[in-house]
Design a protein around this ligand. Structure first.
Ligand SMILES: *Cc1c(COP(=O)(O)O)cnc(C)c1O
Length: 367
């Protein structure tokens, strides 16, 4: 049986160092914020090539606090991809603003800058591109649009730890970059975690306050904040895993190459990588009109796959109030019925990746 993802394996590879790091926190007596969180923030900022990092409780909060730090709220519009994980939209909705969806390029799966331009209105305050599946969105035209229209750029980098756009790591191209350390992400904690990175010291300071009851000095509350802090035990675990992140990314790239080469003449649509992108393969997503049958045959062969995502946000009951018909965003609707994520992790052996390729080829022959 080849699982879609085995998060356990990441722990066992680094067990000794992770156990030591956790003990260090337990013995330190610092159980909220403190030196472990500060050390991770410094290391994460440096890794991302950003001036500042602020640890928060999860990726959704990173996005929400980024929007709040930019004073985006009721009456404002934020442009989001139509085919993202729903958290991107939920963050916008949770501050009272309206997510305005824009369709992706159906081959890179990333938001199309030309369609962003068409969606800008006088109410637009920010652009919120997602580096979906670990591949950077085309940031230069997005930044140019933002400058031309006086908009802010918040990047959802929850799937893109270490990815590069035109040679430079994701982390400070836009105004604020938002990260998730959910266990299944490329850099994952042993529970929930998140962060923002930014070159703007004032925005970082503001988010430091917002994550801590709106307070930077104990019992002095400057604004209506929340409790959304990165846990020091998780920070200690992340510091250990960060040292291995690049090695794990290389292993993901090797698996992706096995898939890309092995599926070349199958008629399946494989992910397209623009020449300026260095993706980190959070997911390897293929497309097939016969997706459901393919997924079932692979399951029969003992190969686990997942669908990211089976129902696009605009077709969720949660967004019924936005009155978007399924056909209002046809690319997102169609991708949801065709995409399939093959097993992907730094702990998938090349032999197993080869078995996935043979499994897919065998299933296609049977149709
Ligand atoms: C995982 C994810 C999030 C949310 O992160 P959490 O830490 O689970 O809250 C947001 N956006 C995208 C694209 C994600 O993949």
């Amino acid at each position: 049986m080849i699982p879609f993802l085995d998060v356990h394996a990441a722990y066992f590879e680094l067990k000794d160092d992770i156990d030591k790091a956790i003990s260090r926190v337990l013995e330190s007596g610092w159980y909220v914020l403190g030196p472990e969180v500060e050390a991770f923030e410094a290391e994460w900022a440096e890794y991302c090539g950003a001036q500042n990092a602020v640890g928060v409780a999860n990726g959704l909060d990173a996005l929400t606090l980024a929007l709040r730090a930019l004073d985006i709220g009721a009456g404002d519009e934020v442009i989001v991809p139509s085919n993202t994980y729903i958290a991107t939209w939920l963050a916008v909705s949770s501050v009272g603003a309206t997510p305005v969806p824009v369709e992706p390029d159906a081959f890179t799966y990333n938001v199309d800058p030309e369609r962003i331009a068409e969606a800008i209105t006088p109410k637009t305050r920010a652009l919120l591109p997602v580096h979906l599946y670990g591949q950077p969105a085309d940031l230069d035209p997005i930044m140019a649009l933002a400058r031309a229209h006086g908009l802010r750029v918040i990047e959802d980098a929850a799937q893109a730890h270490g990815a590069r756009y035109k040679g430079r790591r994701i982390g400070a191209h836009g105004d604020i970059v938002c990260w998730s350390f959910y266990p299944g992400k490329n850099l994952g904690a042993l529970g929930d975690g998140g962060a923002v990175t930014t070159d703007d010291a004032q925005l970082a300071e503001r988010i430091c306050g917002l994550r801590n009851y709106g307070s930077r000095k104990k019992y002095v509350n400057e604004e209506l904040g929340v409790n959304s802090r990165l846990d020091p035990i998780q920070a200690a675990v992340l510091r250990v895993k960060l040292k291995t992140l690049d090695v794990w990314t290389e292993r993901r790239q090797a698996v992706a190459k096995i898939y890309t080469d092995g599926l070349v003449d199958t008629g399946l649509i494989r992910p397209q990588v623009p020449n300026w992108a260095d993706p980190v393969w959070h997911l390897y997503v293929i497309r097939s009109p016969g997706r459901d049958a393919l997924q079932q045959s692979l399951a029969d062969e003992g190969i686990g796959t997942l669908i990211h995502y089976p129902i696009p946000p605009h077709m969720q009951a949660a967004y019924a109030g936005q009155n978007l018909t399924p056909g209002a965003l046809p690319i997102a609707r169609d991708l949801a019925s065709e995409v399939l994520s093959l097993p992907m992790s730094p702990h998938l052996s090349h032999a197993d990746a080869g078995r996935v390729v043979s499994g897919v080829r065998k299933c296609l022959l049977e149709f």
